[in-house]
Design a protein around this ligand. Structure first.
Ligand SMILES: [Zn+2]
Length: 413
C-alpha cells in the first residue's frame, strides 16, 4: 500500500461532542454508567451512525456490540478495534468513547476513499468497562475472552440491587450472539493516555507495547497498645516504628528498579487511633507495578524481605497478603509494528510506552494479536469531568488507527 490514508478529523470531533451531550454533566463531563438509560441512548446513537455507514450490527449475550464492514473475503477473520461508551459517574467525554468513534471513522474514511480490504473490519463496544456501577471493570471483554463466566457477570448487582442481566434486558442490550471470542486476525484499541507522559514530552502518539504487571498487598503489624507518656520508647511494641523503617527502604528499593517502577501506599490505618496511645495494630496497603517481569518479581521479593525485617526488628507479629494481582501484558509484535509503521509513515512525534492502567485490550490480548495506541490528555487527567484532548491529537491517533488497521486487513489493490 503506497497511499497514506486520512480520516475526517472534523467529523470525528463533532461526533465526540454530540455523543457527549448524552448524560452530560454540569461540569462539562459525562455520566453514562453501564446499562443505564444514558448508556442505552449513547449506544443507539452509535448504532445509527454505523447503519448509515453501511455496517451490519450484532449484539452478544453480555451486550457487546459489533459493527461490521465486510471484507472482500468474508470468511477471513476480522481486524477489530474497540473500546467502551460507558463512563464514570463524573467521567470525561473521551475515555473509551474516542476509541469507539475513531473505529467508526476508520470505516467511513475507507468507504469514502472507495477502499476495500481482504479481511472484514469490526468496531466493538465493550459492555461495562468502567466497573463503577457493577463492580467489575472490563466486564464485557472479560466474558467474551473467557476470563469471566457469563453467569458471574449476570449476577453482579448495582447499589439498588439491579443485576447486570436485569439491566441488559431492560435496556434491550441482551443480544442473541454467544459472548465468546471467534477467531480475530488482529485487534487495536485507541485510547487517551490517562497519564501525563505524552503531554510532558510534547508527543502526539504513544505506541503501546504492553501493560504493566501490577499487584496490591495488605500488611498488618501487631504491637501493644500503651500509654504515650509513661512508656519509654525502648520498651514499646510500636508498629508505627516498623512502618517508619519500611517506608524509606521501600521507596529506595523501587527507585533502584528504574523510572518505570511504581510503589504506592494508598491506605494507612492505626488502631485504636488515639493521639496518646501507642497503636496496637497498624494496617497499610502497598501497590507495586513494573512493566518488566524480572524487575516486577524482584520488587515483590524485596518488598517481602523489607516488611518482614521490620517486624522482626521491632518484635511484632504480622500478617500480609496479596489481595489483587493483574499480570502484565506484552502486545503482539506484528500489531505493534503496524502501529509503528503508520507513525513513521505519517511522521507524528511519538514514543514507545507501557500502559499503567488496565484496558479491554488486556482481555482481548488473551485470544487475539492485539496492541494499543495512546494520545495525550490534558494534565494527564481522566476519570474526571475536566478530561480534555487536543483536536490535532484526536485526528493523529485516528489516522494511526486507520493505517494500522488497513495494513493488517490488507487493502485490495
Ligand atoms: Zn477507558
Amino acid at each position: 500500500m503506497n497511499q497514506t490514508l486520512r480520516i475526517n478529523g472534523e467529523r470525528l470531533w463533532s461526533r465526540l461532542e454530540e455523543i457527549g451531550q448524552i448524560g452530560a454533566t454540569a461540569g462539562g463531563g459525562c455520566n453514562r454508567q453501564a446499562l443505564t438509560d444514558e448508556d442505552r441512548d449513547g449506544r443507539a446513537l452509535f448504532a445509527r451512525w454505523c447503519e448509515a455507514a453501511g455496517c451490519t450490527l450484532r449484539t452478544d449475550a453480555i451486550g457487546n456490540v459489533f459493527a461490521r464492514r465486510e471484507g472482500t473475503e468474508p470468511n477471513l477473520p476480522p481486524v477489530i478495534t474497540g473500546s467502551h461508551l460507558d463512563t464514570q459517574p463524573s467521567g470525561g467525554k473521551y475515555d473509551g468513547i474516542y476509541g469507539v468513534l475513531a473505529g467508526l471513522e476508520v470505516i467511513e474514511s475507507l468507504n469514502e476513499a472507495g477502499i476495500r480490504t481482504r479481511h472484514p473490519l469490526e468496531v466493538v463496544v465493550w459492555t461495562n468497562e468502567e466497573g463503577c456501577r457493577f463492580d467489575t471493570a472490563m466486564m464485557g471483554s472479560a466474558v467474551w475472552s473467557g476470563v469471566m463466566p457469563i453467569e458471574d457477570a449476570y449476577a453482579l448487582t448495582d447499589r439498588d440491587g439491579a443485576s447486570v442481566r436485569d439491566e441488559l434486558l431492560r435496556t434491550g442490550q441482551l443480544g442473541s450472539e454467544p459472548a465468546t471470542a471467534s477467531p480475530i486476525h488482529a485487534a487495536f484499541e485507541l485510547h487517551i493516555e490517562q497519564g501525563p507522559v505524552l503531554e510532558a514530552e510534547a508527543l502526539s502518539i504513544g505506541v503501546v507495547t504492553g501493560v504493566q504487571h501490577m499487584s496490591r498487598h495488605r500488611v498488618i503489624y501487631y504491637g501493644q497498645e500503651a500509654h504515650a507518656g509513661p512508656t519509654p520508647m525502648t520498651l514499646r511494641k510500636d508498629p508505627m516504628m516498623a512502618l517508619g523503617q519500611c517506608l524509606p527502604r521501600l521507596y529506595t528499593m523501587a527507585e533502584e528498579h528504574g523510572a518505570d517502577s511504581r510503589i504506592t501506599f494508598g491506605f494507612v490505618h492505626a488502631s485504636p487511633g488515639s493521639s496518646n496511645t501507642v497503636p496496637g495494630k497498624l494496617e497499610f496497603t502497598v501497590d507495586i507495578r513494573h512493566p518488566e517481569a524480572s524487575h516486577y518479581q524482584a520488587m515483590l521479593t524485596s518488598y517481602e524481605e523489607i516488611i518482614q525485617d521490620a517486624a522482626k526488628q521491632f518484635g511484632l507479629d504480622m500478617e500480609f497478603e496479596c489481595f489483587w494481582e493483574a499480570p502484565g501484558v506484552t502486545f503482539d509484535t506484528d500489531c505493534v509494528a503496524a502501529v509503528q509503521k503508520a507513525v513513521d509513515t505519517l511522521g507524528y512525534s511519538h514514543r514507545r510506552m507501557v500502559s499503567g492502567a488496565g484496558h479491554d485490550a488486556c482481555n482481548v490480548a488473551k485470544v487475539a494479536p492485539t496492541s494499543m495506541i495512546f494520545i495525550p490528555c490534558k494534565d494527564g487527567l481522566s476519570h474526571n469531568e475536566k478530561e480534555a484532548v487536543i483536536a490535532a491529537d484526536v485526528t493523529a491517533g485516528a489516522n494511526i488507527l486507520l493505517n494500522a488497521m488497513a495494513t493488517r486487513a490488507e487493502v485490495v489493490a
